[in-house]
Design a protein around this ligand. Structure first.
Ligand code: SAH
Ligand code: DHB
Ligand code: MG
Length: 222
């Protein structure tokens, strides 16, 4: 476990991932008494690589916290690109907006406050232009709903990425009664069975211990 943190540190150093604006976003999130559950810098860079791979011009994020992953993603958007990030807690959204502003991304990044299932349904009802990349990282219980709504907001080639789908390996235990684990298990099963997707789960280790990312590309969202 300690080795994983050391190697994350090594990767951050080699790739120059330390950044004062991102560090300050983490500090401000911590100072506001919010949980320290943002993605690692190494995964922030991974999100950037994935966004570039699909030439993302429109990104949807579910779960903003202090805007840390939103800043990583927002930085690889083209100038006319857009990132919409959904957050339940008004206080989190406020801290995120301030961090996003400090990163110079307020013109491209929008934080929408409310329960994400409701916000997503509103985006669907408004016939929102499809997103090129969706990053799911909010409450694990709702991952199954987030998947279905994300597909409705996607088009052919959209990449859906979901954080925390392994949860220290708990996901492989069918008798685990934790509703978050059950939500993630159901999510993985839905991903696997959906003919509209080509999907997999990747196990990860690092500064945030042992977890995993789901990756799914939309073939046809209809
Ligand atoms: N993506 C962020 C971390 C998100 S943490 C990063 O890497 O920087 C998960 C966030 O989801 C928390 O801020 C939490 O308040 C929010 N959340 C929890 N339940 C939610 C819901 N029902 N709708 C929207 N956001 C929710
Ligand atoms: C938790 C949530 C996350 O999105 C994460 O990456 C790590 C932990 C949590 O709710 O504990
Ligand atoms: Mg997460």
């Amino acid at each position: 476990m300690e080795r994983w943190g050391e190697v994350d540190r090594y990767i951050s150093d080699v790739f120059g991932l330390d950044d004062p604006v991102l560090d300050e976003a983490v500090r401000a999130t911590e100072a506001a008494g919010m949980p320290q559950i943002q993605v690692s810098a190494v995964h922030g860079r991974l999100l950037q690589v994935l966004a570039r791979t699909v030439n993302a011009r429109r990104i949807l994020e579910i779960g903003t916290l202090g805007g840390y992953s939103a800043i990583w993603l927002g930085r690889v958007l083209p100038l006319d690109g857009r990132l919409v990030t959904l957050e339940l807690e008004p206080r989190h959204a406020e801290v995120a907006r301030s961090n996003i502003d400090r990163a110079g991304l307020s013109d491209r990044v929008e934080v929408l406050v409310g329960p994400a299932v409701e916000t997503l349904q509103r985006l669907v009802d408004d016939a929102t232009e499809p997103f090129d990349l969706v990053f799911i990282d909010a409450d694990k219980e709702n991952y199954p709903s987030y998947l279905e709504l994300s597909i409705k907001l996607a088009g052919p080639g959209t990449l859906i990425v979901a954080d925390n789908v392994v949860r220290q390996g708990q996901v492989a235990d069918p008798s685990n009664a934790d509703p978050r684990v059950q939500g993630v298990r159901r999510f993985n099963e839905l991903l696997a069975a959906d003919a509209r997707l080509t999907a997999t789960v990747m196990q990860t280790v690092g500064a945030k211990s042992y977890d995993g990312l789901a990756l799914a590309v939309v073939r046809d969202s209809k």
